[in-house]
Design a protein. Structure first.
Length: 328
């Protein structure tokens, strides 16, 4: 990729010489390197088309109007009232208003039930989707990697049935655990035929995995591959954030390992599980809940960043108690 991007523009007198030199450095024949150039440029066009369908960050002026609406509304204001106030401010300033989803994301509120089928344009019963999270985890050779959330989604009802969090892309064994959990939760006695959309490159050829899918009513002819960038169904469910954890973060091509301080995977997994539970239960992130100490502390670590603490502090920490009036 870097070699192709450094090439002179097409038609330049230096183009042929640059291609010959680049092919020699990488050990390719010149004609094969031209094929690589064409394939790379085609992939850029496809990526631009896919990204155009993904939600963008709020413009600065829209974000400022939303913050002003929140401040003016005061604590305890309903999301709908804040949304209306932000729309009015944006109309006065002749700027684009925030969506209702953007308001709920800013307030750390769970998203409303989403029609995943309508959002993704894929008519399916289930979806297997994968998305990197803006959380770094300890990887092989002490290298930090993005934590990746993979989920088995009920597309008709807009909820995650089973999920797994891995260091980088999930392997076949990870998906086997995922589908086994889905079978245990749904417990289908006589499953109806069901369709499934999977992300491109999902390792689903394991016979054990296919057996679990059949228990859910999914046969091989009913599986469709979504060639678009993974993460669209998960973005449909959570928007750009799950709690305060960004979903599908943009990577920096110049520095692929430019991530925050990494955390152990056994800390991140219960944190993400708890955030998913809160999302589906309709709980606000700052509401006091009854949860195991390790998972609760993990949420604090993931959403607020790692802090120095001893083992006793880590196992006994709790979310701060909120005022009962505000928690209502």
């Amino acid at each position: 990729m870097l070699e192709v991007e450094e090439l002179p523009k097409k038609g330049s007198q230096r183009m042929a010489a640059a291609v010959t030199a680049a092919a020699a450095r990488l050990g390719y024949k010149q004609r094969n390197f031209f094929k690589i150039i064409r394939a790379y440029k085609e992939s850029l066009k496809q990526t631009d088309q896919v990204l155009s369908k993904y939600p963008r960050q709020l413009p600065n002026e829209t974000r400022a109007a939303l913050e002003e609406a929140i401040a003016n509304a005061g604590p305890g204001a309903r999301p709908g009232a804040i949304h209306s106030a932000a729309e009015a401010l944006c109309k006065e300033r002749n700027i684009n208003p925030p969506s209702g989803r953007a308001v709920r994301t800013r307030l750390n509120l769970p998203a409303e039930i989403t029609d995943v089928v309508a959002y993704t344009g894929k008519n399916t019963d289930y979806a297997l989707d994968m998305s990197p999270l803006d959380v770094a985890v300890d990887g092989p050779n002490n290298t930090p990697y993005r934590a990746v959330l993979t989920a088995f989604i009920d597309a008709r009802h807009g909820n995650v049935i089973a999920h797994t969090v891995t260091v980088g892309r999930p392997m076949a064994d990870d998906l086997l655990h995922l589908f086994t959990e889905a079978v245990e939760k749904t417990k289908p006695k006589t499953p109806s035929p069901a369709s499934l959309v999977i992300y491109r490159g999902a390792p689903i050829n394991d016979p054990r995995l296919k057996a679990q899918m059949r228990l859910l009513g999914i046969s091989e002819p009913d599986i469709q591959v979504d060639a678009r960038r993974p993460g669209l169904p998960l973005t449909a469910l959570f928007g750009t954030k799950l709690g305060r954890v960004a979903v599908n973060p943009r990577s920096d091509p110049s520095n692929p390992y430019a991530v925050d301080e990494s955390l152990p995977l056994h800390v991140v997994r219960p944190a993400i599980a708890l955030l998913l539970e809160r999302h589906h239960a309709g709980l606000q992130v700052n509401r006091e809940i009854a949860a195991i100490a390790s998972a609760t502390t993990a949420v604090q670590v993931v959403t607020k960043g790692p802090q120095k603490s001893n083992n006793q502090e880590f196992t006994s920490a709790r979310l701060p108690r909120t005022n009962s009036k505000n928690s209502r």
